[in-house]
Write a protein that binds this ligand. Structure first.
Ligand SMILES: *Cc1c(COP(=O)(O)O)cnc(C)c1O
Length: 418
């Protein structure tokens, strides 16, 4: 459920007409609903009730806007960060450092030190040597780094290849059968408190079976580690729950997921940690755009909108589907292709799709754009960086400015030797 609905014939975000945002902020623009973010945060937490003691770390990479982060911080969420930049955002949004988990396969020494000095809650190690380096950096500062080891369970999550992370050939984690030996080595080092394990097998997951299989393998590993004398107090089960991009999509609900987690982790006696991203932010945002042209095509007309692949990369990157709706639908439909202005054939949002009938100058939205939308935006083709708006009830704030192509140009220079 979201809060982008028709009121008196025009789409609103909560109580704010999208036409007003387009008029006052311009297009393209991302629009987020605070009520939807809160609702998703609460439903996810509620779903995990049967799982007992949990720590919720929102995966910032899904939508790192600090306005969005503040909404989630107020819901009691910490953060899963994958770079020093994301750590800065979590702290800037007011998330306690102790609630921050630092993931990522290529953390630099500088990023590790930044995490140590901030006093973050946990480092998720991606390889054995990272643990050795982290321990040394912490010990040199008189600190002990709380850490878990990310294992790769070698399961196929059944999602798009580019967002599958738990197969043995993927770059993430250590092979699960190597974990005991790595624990034996790292646990003896000063400067590190290796207290558990982590997994994250992929994103936009629609099938709980591979997740459950992976969790059961982790359960076996926890037992084995304990048998070797290691103290295991935390297990991080990652993120990955899918969201409906099309109206008939039916991903597992947080309640289904929570029931599975409770079943798979019964008797573990640990604090369970979760890193949801898409399921929190996905349906809480839309990309609002204006139709520039309806251009005749050989088979179907092209609806050319002012948003492009640089603003919303998912269709070009993953062949992703985003529902398209007119802001003021007439009830009439058309079959059309939808494309942006960027000079790439890949800058296409849909081909031969039945959509609300639109004309030059009409406003429309791409739905379910709250996750992996603005955060992946670029300025390709020297387009402006897309702005973001957060709505709460009848009010809204521009939570990220549009950054004009001229502003970006001002950071460049021609060498004085030319
Ligand atoms: C991307 C990522 C997540 C979030 O994934 P979603 O599918 O958005 O829930 C969680 N944990 C890690 C380590 C990630 O890389």
């Amino acid at each position: 459920m979201d809060h982008f609905t028709l009121i008196d014939g025009a789409l609103h975000c909560e109580g704010v007409p999208l036409e007003r945002i387009a008029r006052e902020v311009g297009t393209p623009v991302y629009v987020y609903s605070a009520a939807t973010l809160r609702r998703h945060a609460q439903v996810f937490r509620e779903g995990l009730k049967p799982a007992g003691r949990v720590h919720l770390a929102y995966a910032i990479k899904a939508n790192p806007n600090i306005g969005v982060l503040r909404v989630l911080a107020d819901e009691g969420y910490g953060a899963d960060v994958v770079s020093g930049g994301e750590l800065s955002r979590a702290l800037a949004a007011g998330m306690p450092a102790a609630d921050v988990v630092f993931s990522g396969v290529g953390k630099t020494d500088r990023e590790l030190v930044k995490g140590l000095e901030a006093g973050i809650g946990q480092f998720n190690l991606e390889l054995e040597e990272e643990g050795v380096v982290l321990a040394a950096l912490a010990d040199a500062r008189g600190l002990t780094a709380p850490a878990v080891l990310r294992v790769n369970p070698d399961v196929d999550a059944g999602t798009h290849a580019k967002i599958s992370t738990g197969k043995k050939e993927n770059k993430f984690g250590v092979p699960i059968d190597r974990a005991p030996a790595i624990f034996d080595r790292l646990a003896s080092l000063p400067g590190i408190d290796l207290r558990g394990v982590a997994i994250h097998i992929g994103s936009q997951l629609f099938d709980l079976a591979p997740l459950e299989a992976a969790y059961r393998r982790v359960g076996e590993l926890v037992a084995e580690l304990r048998a070797r004398g290691h103290k295991i107090t935390h297990v991080d089960l990652g993120g990955g729950l899918g969201v409906p991009y099309r109206t008939h999509d039916e991903p597992p609900s947080p309640a289904d997921y929570g029931a599975m987690v409770a079943r798979a982790t019964a008797g573990w006696d640990v604090e369970l940690m979760f890193e949801p991203g898409r399921v929190i932010a996905g349906n809480a945002g839309v990309l609002l755009t204006e139709v520039i042209w309806v251009k005749p095509g050989v088979v179907n007309p092209y609806v050319i909108v002012d948003a492009a692949m640089n603003d919303l990369a998912r269709p070009a990157m993953y062949d992703a589907w985003h529902d398209f709706s007119a802001v003021r639908p007439t009830g009439k439909t058309m079959t059309a292709n939808i494309a942006g202005p960027v000079c790439e054939t890949g800058d296409t949002f849909a081909m031969g799709r039945e959509i609300d009938r639109v004309e030059r100058g009409d406003l429309a939205i791409f739905r379910t754009a709250g996750a992996y939308g603005a955060t992946m935006a670029s300025t390709y083709n020297s387009r402006a960086l897309v702005p973001e708006v957060l709505v709460d009830g009848d009010r809204y704030t521009v939570v990220a400015d549009r950054i004009a192509a001229e502003t970006i140009l001002a950071a460049e220079r021609v060498p004085d030797w030319l």
